[in-house]
Design a protein around this ligand. Structure first.
Ligand SMILES: *[C@@H]1O[C@H](CO)[C@@H](O)[C@H](O)[C@H]1NC(C)=O
Ligand SMILES: *[C@@H]1O[C@H](CO)[C@@H](O)[C@H](O)[C@H]1NC(C)=O
Ligand SMILES: *[C@@H]1O[C@H](CO)[C@@H](O)[C@H](O)[C@H]1NC(C)=O
Ligand SMILES: *[C@@H]1O[C@H](CO)[C@@H](O)[C@H](O)[C@H]1NC(C)=O
Length: 677
């Protein structure tokens, strides 16, 4: 946009005789007015003057080359203005990632567990030709926001505005390509949550009861959830919150805490009773089980999601309180409960619907269309029960033909190697620090996806990241793609040579086809980490193939040898082109660079799915490729040292983490969306 505006403005300044009005037909007069308005903006004037002072067109060109490229992905897909709605005859895939809680900066565990995983799957789905909608947003209500607001001396709304922007910019840096990234503090949220509430109420699924609650006489308020801390009745962890223990993960009823303390004034609260409404889960249990059986048998639920859900059902469902004596939340519309708000567990998942409603007025086409829409929910495993039991019960009870989850995708936990994770000290790797490391966003994506805690916990390690970067990206993947392109440009004048396939080439292509079929099968089942290994396997095979066939020697031989060198080069360049397509969901920028270097046709990714998973040649003999340059650079020891110094050892400030430190503790990166539900 910025570049575009500057160009328009320069057009005016640099070519004074040029009159847009002359060649814009009547209907485009609004465009002409827009030109004029933009031209009048002080920033454009300044830029134009700066460039004009350098006079020559050459400097204009250089100036423009220095500007960042405009974001292209959206324009390329042509969904910039088109709202995506379910389509007849297409596979309609609705993708959500757990809503990150707004009161802090997300860390790597949050990013891989929710938004990045969902992003890879959404990108894959679009490549696959599915009609996919990917929504997410910040979860903004609740006591955590109120607490943070008090700490920072801001209002809850100001806290939400501030951290919503922080989240949005971090996800942008990680190239998370949401169709819409919204928030829960909206009118739509109130409207939809209250509608679901009344539907549940009218159908007898909400039961009133009085609840004993902790009340702080000093602060004059009920201490729900995060307003109180004490000793966990289950594991005796001393800093358990009023709703959940961070140590053992159990849900807690605040009155069960030993030695409870008001978080604000540190005094001991008293027990008082208050009237609340409960969602009658036992009454919905058989309906839920029926639906679950069907969803789990046809959909792709991760095994942890299945286990956690079954264990909840085995323990038997109890009514769950959906209201709270708080201010910062969606108001309960019933007059007998005025002044109360919905509890976040009830309210936040409704955010998926309201965020979609902020994206399009026709949101019901996605959310009340269970026959035509497949819903994928991405989250870390601690969020499972709220997506598989509590929220589906709200929707089943509301009886409005809602789209329920058909694929529940939960990750395990990502551990952090060398420093104790601490909520209070904020130790861990945070999203906004990633970009300060100068490691490209694609490389971060690669390493996090390579580590994705899929099926088991995994651990982030700086040393391992450097190793994988240098061994897998540089020596394996980058090396293969670079050599393939270099042979074509050095030995064959930048053209794909004639190929005559022999046994050896066919064997490579069979291996490539095998890995490609694996890749598709795995990604169809959302096995994101495993599918990435297929890509690396292909380039490993490719490197071996080049090593054995030695095109750099054969090119100096007789006709037959030269033909061999050509075939090996042509096959390798085509495999590199396939790799660029397979990489697209994982490393979008690197994928685009490869495509550019090879001058690959825009539709080369379609070839992935054309041959029913077997290899299709997309760059025929004679195809001219572009300029080849290395995709990755080695991380030098010197660079490691400097990063080490920058982020080094001592936790001087709350947001520091240790780089390649020596402490043996393995720590727990708290998964995001703990509060999502
Ligand atoms: C998972 O997804 C794949 C591909 O969409 C589908 O073929 C399969 O039936 C699904 N269900 C299970 C239980 O694997
Ligand atoms: C639910 O919605 C779908 C699509 O809008 C419609 O075809 C179907 O008949 C509805 N089912 C019920 C039970 O209302
Ligand atoms: C990749 O290759 C290794 C070794 O050849 C093999 O064991 C593994 O199964 C392959 N992985 C995938 C996902 O194809
Ligand atoms: C990984 O490689 C990139 C270049 O491809 C480099 O800029 C980056 O510093 C490396 N990072 C690590 C952690 O090795």
């Amino acid at each position: 946009m910025c570049v575009c505006v500057c160009v328009c403005s320069l057009t005016f300044h640099c070519v004074p005789a040029f009159d847009v009005h002359l060649f814009l037909v009547d209907k485009l007069q609004c465009v002409a007015r827009w030109f004029e308005q933009v031209n009048a903006l002080p920033v454009c004037q300044t830029v134009a003057q700066r460039v004009q002072q350098q006079k020559s067109l050459e400097s204009l060109k250089r100036f423009l080359q220095k500007q960042p490229l405009p974001p292209r992905s959206r324009a390329n897909r042509g969904r910039a203005t088109l709202v995506s709605l379910p389509q007849e005859g297409k596979r309609n895939v609705l993708i959500t990632s757990a809503l990150p809680y707004v009161n802090n900066v997300p860390h790597l565990g949050n990013i891989i567990g929710c938004v990045l995983s969902a992003d890879v799957f959404a990108r894959y789905g679009r490549l696959r030709g599915w009609n996919a909608l990917f929504v997410c947003g910040t979860d903004e209500y609740g006591t955590a926001t109120e607490n943070k607001a008090r700490e920072e001396g801001l209002s809850p709304q100001e806290i939400c505005d501030k951290y919503h922007a922080v989240h949005a910019s971090i996800y942008k840096w990680f190239q998370i390509d949401f169709d819409h990234f919204g928030r829960t503090t909206t009118e739509k949220q109130t409207e939809i949550a209250q509608d679901i509430f009344w539907r549940l109420y009218d159908r007898g699924f909400l039961i009133p009861d009085t609840v004993d609650q902790l009340h702080c006489e000093n602060c004059q308020r009920f201490l729900a959830d995060r307003f109180v801390e004490g000793i966990c009745p289950n594991c005796r962890y001393p800093e358990a919150r009023g709703d959940q223990c961070d140590k053992c993960g159990r849900l807690i009823n605040a009155v069960e805490l030993k030695d409870p303390q008001c978080k604000v004034c540190k005094r001991t609260p008293v027990v008082r009773s208050s009237a609340h409404l409960f969602l009658d889960l036992p009454k919905l249990e058989s309906q839920l089980e029926q639906w679950l059986e069907q969803s789990m048998s046809t959909g792709n639920w991760t095994s942890n999601a299945r286990h956690i859900t079954r264990s909840w059902l085995r323990d038997g469902l109890k009514p769950r309180c959906i209201t709270r004596d708080l201010r910062w939340g969606t108001p309960v519309p019933h007059p007998d409960f005025s002044g109360k708000v919905f509890y976040v567990w009830f309210d936040a998942p409704i955010g998926y619907l309201s965020i979609t409603a902020s994206y399009t007025d026709e949101w019901e086409k996605w959310w009340k269309n269970p026959e035509k829409v497949e819903l994928y929910n991405f989250m870390a495993k601690d969020n499972v029960p709220f997506h598989s039991v509590v929220f589906p019960c709200s929707l089943l009870g509301a009886q409005d033909n809602y789209t329920l989850v058909s694929n529940l995708i939960a990750t395990e936990y990502l551990n952090y190697e060398d420093t104790k994770f601490s909520k209070s000290r904020g130790v861990g790797v945070f999203g906004d620090m990633a970009k300060d490391t100068d490691i490209p966003s694609d490389v971060w994506r690669f390493y996090l996806l390579y580590l994705r805690p899929e099926g088991q916990d995994s651990a982030f390690s700086w040393a391992d990241m450097a190793l994988k970067n240098n061994s897998e990206l540089l020596n394996n993947l980058g090396n293969f793609i670079n050599r393939a392109g270099m042979f074509a440009s050095k030995f064959f004048e930048g053209r794909v040579p004639q190929m005559e396939l022999q046994q050896e080439d066919k064997r490579l292509l069979a291996q490539v086809g095998f890995e490609l079929r694996q890749y598709i099968q795995l990604l169809d089942r959302v096995r994101i980490r495993d599918a990435l290994k297929c890509i690396l396997n292909i380039s490993r095979h490719g490197n071996q193939y080049i090593q054995v066939n030695e095109p750099w020697k054969k090119i100096k031989g007789g006709d037959e040898d030269r033909l061999r060198a050509g075939t090996v080069t042509g096959v390798s360049v085509n495999v590199a082109c396939l790799l660029s397509a397979m990489l697209r969901p994982y490393m979008p920028a690197v994928s685009a660079t490869i495509r550019e270097q090879l001058c690959a046709p825009a539709n080369c990714a379609d070839a992935m799915f054309q041959g029913a998973g077997s290899f299709v040649c997309t760059l025929p003999a004679g195809h001219r490729i572009g300029t080849i340059s290395p995709l990755f650079q080695k991380l030098e020891a010197e660079q490691i040292e400097s990063l080490k110094r920058r982020f080094g050892g001592q936790q001087v400030s709350a947001r520091r983490f240790s780089f390649l430190g020596a402490s043996p503790d393995t720590t727990f990166i708290q998964p995001l969306g703990r509060h999502c539900t």
